[in-house]
Design a protein. Structure first.
Lengths: 431, 293
């Protein structure tokens, strides 16, 4: 009550001040334009719209215009183009891995340079550290986690029962993945596979899945300055070898590449007993699976591991101090524990702060639907998603290397050695 | 004041200007700007763009992915153009003859053309998907093992080609059908009286008379083989390991995923040059051999 009163007083006094300074002009508000990576009319627009409307009720002195800009790529292109042309844009949710591109374009400002009070500084530290990794470089915070996901393992409990395995004990490490996978493979009389043991998608975002395997093998893919990759380190080579072996040596996964877009359908039709996929699929699998399914953390080799994924809040550099303050107020409001909990329940994204999982709403939801907690618990082992300077190119080098190994064209040493060499050439000038 | 010829000149230019302004603003200026851009480095705020001469072209010649996509594009053109034209002629002859349910067959042949490429790709994605896809489901009835059609570098380009033919042939059929209906029936009657076989009649009469249409379709098919990449976004994203990537898709990647506009401009110049040379060549070479009435 007291805070609301204070906020109202504050709004009133600042409005008064503004009214005076504009010589009695209309009651002015700080207007913010936010680019948001979702297609117009998409399922998330309603959620975001209602959040923004709630924000306006509490902060009548700040007006936020959300511009829905398509996917992450479109949002970045449109926001950067708007900045170039001088159109107003103060903040945006963009891909967490866009950070170096945005820094090279000198488009964003670090949150450390905006926060002033102790409370605000403490807020910067209130997120899951592994979710912050993609937003921190050069010792400063540039991106605040908002819609974030990880990779989890979905498994078909009925298939486990069918294969004589304990449905409550999915594979916990690589060797179990291979051995259980073998038991889960089901062939017809002619020797054709009716059900595979496991599928890890290798189109669309192979580097993302690979980030999980390398982390499990104890090696990250790049440094935190974004100017060095470790594609040819032995642990990375070994991880890619294991991925290929799942198809060729253990024969628990189809060889060749596995399509990202149809994998969920494969799983739902029982063509694979295990799939690795984004937590973003949880709701769809929950409502469409005709069998008993489970969700667990990805298996470990030397340790557990998964990359994080998704979008962060950024504040643009071409902004006035007032706009930056207003943007900060909005972002703090949006990432507040209560909101993070609502957002997580509505979308399936991770609650970005430990405090969110202590709210009654989310505590309740997690007890009713335990898979929702898996992504959270796995955050302790997570790492940043592949992100460097020249990130599109570097990512493609790794994607091509992975696919050339999975299709049997190259050996892991050869493909990753080439990729590392070319990545070095691209990144040399940023060191 | 003005002589009548000046007035006619001004009048003429005024009539031309709306089209000319649009063409210059949206076709010629961008083409020239692209050409100019290809001689500069890609700039960012922290590293402004500067003149680099032919450096981008040198980079291109050593770029393995570039050669791979050119190679793919050549095979894609060879795979799609003759096949889709041949099928289009066959379909046109078929629906031009007096068969029952002709309208229905025509519509069926034309349907793929009406569908957007993205929708088509989404449909075919589920044809090609291993195990649960239509092709694998049908072949499993005959006991064939499942095949990862789009995940195998040896089959992926073929899959894309087949889908494109399916999509394109119906469109070209419409042109052939229109051309066939302008052929005078007396020719057919005369040929029958002379005792010419149907094959002979097609080879010596119908096909030569269709040549103007064939030229038109050929140029369109050729341009399409470089222009159509929508399906790649859905089906393969150019993978695995660039096995199904085409030149225009690579340009898109370089421009909007790598944000290297200079290199994208360089690749675009090559694409434009190729298309220009081939279209001019087709007109000059084939035009002489075509019989226009």
């Amino acid at each position: 009550m007291k805070t609301i009163l204070r906020r109202h007083l504050l709004a009133f006094s600042s409005a008064l001040l503004l009214a005076f300074s504009f010589g009695g002009a209309a009651l002015a508000a700080t207007e913010l334009t936010m680019y948001y990576p979702v297609a117009v009319g998409g399922p998330l627009t309603k959620v975001v719209d209602s959040l923004v409307a709630d924000f306006h009720k509490e902060h009548p002195d700040i007006k936020v215009n959300a511009i829905y800009a398509g996917n992450y790529n479109d949002a970045r292109i449109k926001a950067l183009a708007a900045l170039k042309s001088g159109a107003p844009a103060q903040l945006s949710v963009m891909f967490s891995i866009d950070i170096y591109e945005l820094m090279e374009q000198d488009a964003i400002v670090a949150f450390d340079d905006i926060v002033t009070t102790e409370e605000e500084k403490a807020w910067l530290k209130s997120f899951y550290p592994t979710l912050m990794e993609n937003g921190v470089t050069q010792g400063k915070v540039w991106g605040i986690p908002f819609q974030r996901s990880t990779i989890v393992m979905y498994y078909n409990k009925d298939a486990f029962r069918d294969a004589g395995l304990d449905p409550e004990k999915p594979p916990q490490n690589w060797s179990e993945l291979a051995s259980m996978g073998k038991q889960l493979v089901k062939k017809d009389a002619g020797g054709n596979v009716e059900r595979w043991g496991v599928m890890i998608p290798s189109t669309g975002y192979p580097y993302w899945m690979f980030g999980a395997l390398t982390m499990q093998n104890g090696q990250v893919l790049m440094n935190d300055s974004g100017n060095q990759t470790y594609f040819d380190s032995p642990a990375v080579v070994e991880a890619l070898g294991f991925w290929r072996d799942l198809g060729t040596k253990y024969e628990v996964m189809p060889s060749g590449t596995i399509e990202w877009g149809t994998l969920r359908q494969n799983f739902l039709e029982g063509k694979t007993a295990i799939m690795w996929h984004s937590t973003g699929n949880l709701t769809a699998v929950k409502s469409n699976a005709k069998f008993d399914f489970g969700v667990d953390m990805l298996p470990a080799s030397k340790r557990r591991g998964t990359p994080t994924g998704g979008g962060n809040f950024y504040i643009f550099k071409q902004t006035t101090p007032e706009e930056r303050k207003a943007a900060l107020t909005f972002i703090r409001w949006m990432t507040d524990a209560e909101r993070a909990a609502e957002w997580s329940i509505a979308t399936g994204y991770i609650g970005t702060r430990p405090a969110a999982y202590q709210t009654p709403k989310l505590v309740n939801y997690v007890t009713q639907f335990p898979p929702a907690a898996v992504a959270r618990d796995q955050l302790a082992y997570a790492t940043a998603e592949l992100s460097t300077y020249q990130t599109g190119r570097v990512r493609k080098l790794l994607d091509d290397a992975i696919q050339s190994v999975l299709t049997g064209a190259k050996s892991p040493e050869e493909a990753l050695g080439d990729a590392q060499q070319q990545a070095d050439r691209l990144l040399k000038r940023y060191r | 004041m003005f002589t009548s010829s000046t007035r006619a000149n001004v009048y003429g230019w005024l009539l031309l200007s709306p089209a000319a302004i649009l063409l210059i603003a949206f076709t010629h200026y961008p083409t020239l700007a692209t050409l100019a851009k290809s001689f500069f480095s890609t700039g960012s705020v922290t590293r402004p763009s500067k003149f680099v001469g032919v450096e981008n072209y040198e980079l291109m010649l050593t770029d393995e992915v570039f050669w791979k996509v050119v190679d793919n594009n050549v095979w894609y053109a060879i795979g799609t153009i003759p096949a889709s034209i041949a099928i289009a002629i066959l379909m046109a002859l078929w629906v031009n003859s007096r068969i029952s349910g002709r309208g229905l067959v025509r519509m069926a042949y034309f349907t793929p053309t009406v569908l957007p490429m993205i929708a088509v790709a989404n449909i075919w994605l589920f044809f090609y998907t291993p195990d649960i896809g239509l092709i694998d489901q049908v072949s499993s009835i005959f006991g064939a093992p499942s095949h990862n059609w789009l995940g195998d570098p040896d089959t992926v380009l073929g899959c894309i080609i087949v889908m494109t033919i399916w999509k394109e042939a119906g469109f070209f059929m419409i042109f052939y059908l229109a051309a066939l209906q302008t052929l005078p029936p007396e020719l057919n009657e005369a040929a029958r009286i002379e005792g010419a076989s149907r094959v002979y009649y097609f080879r010596r009469v119908t096909f030569p008379l269709l040549m103007p249409t064939t030229l038109f379709v050929l140029i369109n098919a050729f341009i399409n083989s470089f222009k159509l990449v929508d399906h790649l976004f859905i089906l393969t994203k150019g993978g695995p390991d660039n096995a199904s990537s085409l030149l225009l898709y690579y340009i898109y990647e370089v421009a909007f995923s790598f944000f290297d506009d200079s290199y994208a401009a360089t690749l675009t110049v090559v694409l434009l040059g190729t298309l220009a040379i081939v279209s001019v060549g087709q007109f000059l070479l084939l035009d002489k051999r075509i019989h226009y009435r």
